[in-house]
Design a protein around this ligand. Sequence first.
Ligand code: TIU
Length: 241
Amino acid sequence: MANSKYSSGGTVAAEPGPIDLDWSSTALVIIDMQRDFMEPGGFGETLGNDVSQLASAVEPIAAVLAAARESGMLVVHTREGHLPDLSDAPPAKIERGAPSLRIGDPGPMGRILIRGEDGHDIIPALYPIDGEIVIDKPGKGAFYATELGDLLQKYGIKDLLVCGVTTEVCVNTTVREANDRGYRCVVLADGCASYFPEFHEMGLKMIKAQGGIFGWVSDSAAVLEAMTPETSNKLAAGASR
Ligand code: TIU
């Protein structure tokens, strides 16, 4: 690890039970924290959603992202979106439902869900820095039609800390894809959000049920505590005095 404040690994408090992680074989995967989902005028709002429901995920992700950057953990950002000619967008996805604007239509942040447009970009608070991986994905899952699997293999990654939006759509799909590929996924509950609070709750329950059928559910504080045990212990000792 690049910074001695950080452990080389640790036990993360999680459900259905604690999980031991080695940070050198763990990646932080931040799903689709794009303006198209987070801000008014983007894809999420065109579907009829209240985008303010997602704001709570930003600070917890920012805290874990800062620690990941300082400690040298591999960071992966994903973005859902399509090529300008829509050649990677199935007609069944474009034609779905009755949105106010469809994928590819011009909106206030550029064409809806199109790569290179302002709306497709990651929100400033979580913007990738040099050296971080950015995966552009046409689907809900981050493995489908992307280079993510090859990259994780190249970096020797075995476990994933997963956060982002939305809990029951792209986070769940990615966790299920990852689980089938043999990765252990730890989902950060406070670093995920849904337009539907009840889907957030159930989306997390589905992951951790049945002994962790798809993975583990933890939160940002538990991950930070496992990453910085000395600082966390000192803080705890200070608080008890
Ligand atoms: N609509 C919705 O909840 N989500 C998506 O369409 N994509 C992601 O979750 N990123």
